[in-house]
Design a binder for this molecule. Structure first.
Ligand SMILES: Cc1cc2nc3c(=O)[nH]c(=O)nc-3n(C[C@H](O)[C@H](O)[C@H](O)COP(=O)(O)O)c2cc1C
Length: 184
């Protein structure tokens, strides 16, 4: 049987992004469960801020079509979102919005899991709420366990794994919920 493909996507493209670190830590967890990980790096999908006039004149960006295809090729997708002023960031929202101008199969096909890392203690719970809302609004099945990682300083060990036993256990539960839903 072929390995399930899990796309991992960080809503921040910053080089030292905590959410990028979280996707890497989740990659270790998914690989430990026998999945194949596909990094979906928004740096490789450059899109302007959505504007209807732009779309009418230029059409949907080539990067958007590639993002739709790359998400759709996954059996599951894990997204780690930063929280900006209590919300998910414009970068992630804009990428999602653009893809909906093509089709919705990239949301209805893969099983989704979500997480958020912040330097403070609250771990992006407001951004997670928004990301959950938009994904389910677009028809995605999002597994119930969400991975909030706060107190960044202590979150990851030197190998990039989740350092806290409780957080790692939640990450494993999230991954297994995704893989189990994919298997059904
Ligand atoms: C404009 C802006 C707004 C922010 N608002 C919040 C916030 O509402 N809640 C929070 O926990 N952190 C907030 N932060 C801090 C981010 O969590 C922190 O910069 C984080 O490292 C960003 O994610 P990244 O490391 O993946 O790039 C904000 C940061 C910026 C730049």
């Amino acid at each position: 049987m072929s390995k399930p493909i899990i796309g991992i996507l960080s809503g921040s493209t910053r080089a030292a992004s905590l959410n990028r670190k979280l996707t890497t830590a989740m990659a270790h967890v998914f690989e430990g469960d026998g999945a194949q990980v596909q990094i979906i790096d928004l740096n490789n999908y450059d899109m302007p801020i959505y504007n209807g006039d732009y779309e009418e004149a230029e059409g949907v960006p080539e990067a958007t079509k590639r993002l739709v295809a790359d998400l759709s090729a996954c059996d599951g997708v894990f997204i780690a979102t930063p929280e900006y002023n209590g919300c998910m960031p414009a970068l992630l929202k804009n990428a999602i919005d653009w893809t909906t101008r093509v089709e919705l199969g990239q949301f209805t096909g893969p099983i989704y899991g979500i997480g958020s890392a912040t330097p403070g203690p609250l771990s992006g719970i407001m951004a997670l709420r928004q990301l959950h809302f938009i994904l389910t609004r677009l028809g995605a099945q999002v597994v119930p366990t969400q991975l909030g990682v706060g107190h960044y300083g202590a979150a990851f060990n030197t190998e990039g794994h989740l350092a806290d036993a409780g957080t790692l256990s939640r990450a494993e539960t999230l991954a297994r919920q995704m893989l189990s839903a994919i298997g059904n």
